[in-house]
Ligand binder design. Structure first.
Ligand SMILES: NC(=O)c1ccc[n+]([C@@H]2O[C@H](COP(=O)([O-])OP(=O)(O)OC[C@H]3O[C@@H](n4cnc5c(N)ncnc54)[C@H](O)[C@@H]3O)[C@@H](O)[C@H]2O)c1
Length: 345
């Protein structure tokens, strides 16, 4: 089959491209190669930006530099495809405060265009939302445990109210994309899914301070750089390894049950930031240097997905537990330090 992956040179998109390329499918990576986020990470932005492009090219993926905000271009490249996986996005909360126009055009117009291309060409499509669509009112009902915040009941399902609490432009734009997916399903019977994703981590993730925290902590711990925790460090997420998300995309393609799905690791993979630091200490044999800073506007202190709907409807279940996934990530970081450290000029 032929698969087009928007944001194919990003972290998650590159895993989706690899997943299908290794199955022998024809894969197109469709990405505008933005450096907005990479330039803020302190890593070597140019090398990091080209890393996934070169890697995917070596796997035989067709590389296209183009923008999801351009419907004509999308239609051209989607023609003849069997499946679209839409991972292109402006995913960072901080950038959404600073450049709300970039955020809304990328996340709302971009997602709309992808759905429109899928509708016109009659192609099934899976899109990426985020658990941020639930807002952060969940913060108000937490108890403080020793190393993590605690909430009863643990898992939050798709019926939970959305957009509660303090919102940022990212909440609005990602929720709008999620609503558009439902709208295209309801109005045009489009075979579409919106995945409300929790914290994803894995190899080839150039994690910054507000998007990709597991990778950010892991990279800093290997490089011996101090890392910053915003808040108490008791924030909890059911983290999910990238290849488990690829399996979920493929499960949707095979089962074709349109809808909105929480895609996370569920209670089994939930860890707090402090617990992640403990795992890094175990793996590296050295505790990273941790600095604390105040909570940021819009931060979510707790999220554990209830993934029963995806398990039942898509016949999918995540497999990789945090310790195993973080070890894979650390191995990749150790082999690729040169991509992460800026050369002194
Ligand atoms: N990484 C996580 O922990 C996480 C958590 C929840 C949801 N998500 C969602 O998953 C998706 C993928 O996230 P990621 O971590 O891989 O992000 P990423 O930033 O690594 O990748 C996004 C890719 O999209 C590309 N892109 C941006 N604007 C574009 C445009 N206008 N046209 C074409 N390409 C464009 C970028 O160049 C980048 O390569 C996003 O929708 C994100 O909101 C990610």
């Amino acid at each position: 089959m032929k698969v087009l992956v928007t944001g194919g040179c990003g972290f998650l998109g590159s895993h989706v491209c690899e997943f299908y390329a290794r199955k022998g499918d024809e894969v197109i990576s469709y990405d505008n190669m933005t450096k907005h986020e990479l330039e803020r990470t302190g890593f070597a932005a140019e090398e990091a930006r080209n890393y996934n492009w070169d890697y995917l090219k070596s796997l035989g993926v067709k590389m296209v530099k183009a923008d999801v905000r351009n419907l004509e271009q999308l239609l051209d490249h989607c023609e003849g495809c069997d499946y679209i996986v839409h991972t292109a996005a402006q995913p960072a909360m901080t950038i959404s405060w600073e450049d709300p126009l970039l955020d809304v055009t990328t996340n709302v117009i971009g997602t709309f265009n992808v759905l429109e291309a899928a509708r016109k060409l009659k192609i099934p499509v899976a899109c990426c939302a985020t658990v941020h669509v639930y807002g952060n009112k969940i913060n108000e009902t937490l108890k403080e445990g020793d190393k993590r915040y605690i909430r009863e009941p643990e898992g939050i399902d798709e019926k939970h109210p959305t957009l509660e609490g303090t919102l940022t432009p990212l909440h609005a734009s990602k929720a709008a994309g999620d609503i558009y997916v439902k709208t295209f399903i309801d109005t045009y019977k489009l075979e579409a899914a919106s995945f409300r994703l929790t914290g994803i981590y894995g190899t080839r993730q150039f994690g910054g301070e507000d998007h990709g925290w597991v990778a950010n902590f892991s990279i800093r711990s290997v490089l011996g750089w101090p890392l910053t925790i915003f808040g108490t460090g008791k924030q909890v997420r059911d983290i999910i390894y990238a290849t488990d998300v690829c399996e979920a995309f493929d499960a949707f393609y095979r089962t074709r049950k349109p809808g909105i799905y929480n895609i996370g690791g569920g209670p089994a993979t939930a860890i707090s930031l402090l617990e992640c630091i403990d795992i890094l200490e175990e793996i590296n044999g050295k505790r990273p240097e941790v600095r604390f800073a105040p909570d940021r506007h819009g931060d979510l202190r707790y999220f554990i997905c209830n993934i029963d709907k995806a398990k039942q409807q898509l016949n999918w279940t995540p497999k990789i537990m945090p310790r195993e996934g973080i070890e894979k990530l650390i191995d990749w970081i150790k082999d690729n330090k040169h991509v992460l450290i800026k050369e002194e000029k």
